[in-house]
Design a protein around this ligand. Structure first.
Ligand SMILES: Cc1cc2nc3c(=O)[nH]c(=O)nc-3n(C[C@H](O)[C@H](O)[C@H](O)COP(=O)(O)OP(=O)(O)OC[C@H]3O[C@@H](n4cnc5c(N)ncnc54)[C@H](O)[C@@H]3O)c2cc1C
Length: 406
């Protein structure tokens, strides 16, 4: 296994790190301050728009997309350290047009969209002229099972008609959000994995209503946010369905492979940042006539955090390598492993850093409380830990079960 980046990726990584230091990190605290003053937080601050322009001009744009023309032609292994670099900051992924959920939605369009769908939606998403959301999870059914979705996408002549209610639709609060990908039940009689369709729905279609914006542990996560969205007799032409009726489950599976690498590498960046803050605090503050780093088991905890981050990074790089070498289907266990291991690792590291900061760790003066909430959400978003563990166990037991049957 070779985890080294290509020369092109190495160059871009260095450029990205310099851009982060020079432009993004100095602006971040100001951004939080400006956002906290707004009566209406559902807007993109001019500072973000300016940095996006700068990043695009510097060629640090759409780094996640493996296409040479539309992105930078990077592999998952190439891109992983860049996602880590961006993950250190809450505002960075958007600045480089590498933020969820738009990246996942762009990948869906790239891999499964028709030429017309790409022209209408992928092109403006890649240019960051518009934003998007992914509407799969429903309040009324256990949505960790993607085959459970009850909202409907019924084909009627040359139209598809949508009805149902979704929630946790990340990004639907963004002022530039113009399209959502809706997953709905098309044929309840079909095989479990062929029942659902994915439909591209312009947000201003009659019958689509954002009912409310949910808070994640007290935070709105503006300007992207997480919405509850109702769909009532929403009529669209049949060509709004991605890759045709019945392909929804397959697309949902395909969408999540690279996305999980991105999420996990960003979390590693966040954990590194938390560890760095913990170390700065531990050597600069004293209690009982000693530095915090010399008190109790604090040094031990810092060491454990370093070990945990290194282990997690290697696991994610292995998953990225496996995905590049063998594709999603052959890397399902590795991808599920990181999705379980990394959010929990990040939570532990961030929690340790919060504790070392005392009361300050839970305040908004440090980014730790927000970081903890982001990591906690990822034990659920893109599927809860238990579902990934169940998959890992199934794959692990499969050969033994087969051997046992013969
Ligand atoms: C911040 C945030 C952002 C999100 N963004 C999006 C988005 O953009 N689009 C979208 O569609 N969804 C999004 N989600 C929703 C997320 O994907 C779902 O919450 C998740 O898939 C779980 O579905 P559920 O909430 O219906 O939980 P349920 O399916 O009701 O599961 C509840 C619990 O049951 C247990 N459980 C479930 N299955 C098993 C199993 N096999 N074995 C053991 N225990 C099990 C687990 O403890 C699980 O947490 C987001 C969620 C959050 C918190």
């Amino acid at each position: 296994m070779d985890f080294s980046q290509s020369p092109k990726a190495k160059g871009l990584s260095e450029q990205l790190a310099a851009f982060m230091q020079e432009h993004v990190i100095p602006y971040e605290a100001q951004w939080h301050e400006e956002m906290s003053q707004l009566d209406n937080p559902w807007q993109v601050l001019p500072g973000i728009r300016a940095l996006k322009e700068k990043a695009r001009d510097a060629g640090l744009w759409n780094l996640f997309l493996p296409d040479e023309q539309l992105g930078q032609g990077l592999s998952n292994l190439d891109y992983a350290p860049m996602a880590e670099c961006m993950g250190r900051s809450f505002i960075a992924p958007e600045i480089f047009n590498c933020n969820a959920p738009d990246t996942g939605n762009m990948e869906v369009l790239y891999h499964y969209g028709s030429a017309a769908q790409k022209d209408r939606w992928l092109r403006p998403l890649l240019a960051a002229e518009i934003r998007s959301a992914f509407c799969m999870t429903e309040p009324d059914v256990a949505s960790s099972d993607a085959t459970n979705m009850q909202a409907t996408a019924i084909v009627e002549g040359d139209e598809v008609v949508l009805n149902g209610r979704k929630w946790w639709s990340t990004g639907v609060g963004h002022p530039d959000c113009q399209v959502v990908i809706f997953m709905g039940l098309t044929d309840p009689e079909a095989d479990r994995h062929r029942r659902h369709s994915m439909v591209l729905v312009p947000l201003d279609t009659p019958g689509v209503k954002v009912e409310r914006m949910l808070k994640t542990m007290g935070q709105l996560d503006a300007p992207y946010g997480h919405g509850e969205v109702s769909f009532t007799q929403v009529r669209l032409p049949l060509d709004a369905i991605i890759a045709g009726p019945g392909r929804g489950f397959e697309i949902a599976q395909g969408r999540l492979g690279p996305g999980r690498i991105h999420h996990c590498m960003r979390l590693i960046g966040l954990a590194e940042h938390a560890l760095s803050l913990a170390c700065q605090r531990a050597v600069s503050r004293q209690a009982f006539s000693k530095r915090l780093s010399d008190l109790g088991g604090n040094g031990e905890r810092i060491a454990q955090a370093r070990i945990a981050i290194e282990q997690a990074r290697l696991l994610v790089l292995k998953a990225a390598w496996a995905l590049d070498q063998h594709g999603v289907r052959q890397s399902m266990s590795e991808i599920a492993q990181i999705k379980v291991a990394v959010p929990s690792m990040a939570l532990n590291v961030i929690d340790m850093a919060m504790q070392l900061h005392g009361g300050a760790g839970l305040s908004d003066d440090f980014p730790l409380a927000m970081a903890w909430t982001g990591a906690r959400a990822l034990r659920l978003a893109d599927g809860p830990d238990e579902v990934h563990r169940a998959l890992i166990a199934r794959l692990e037991l499969k050969p033994y079960l087969q051997a046992n049957e013969t």
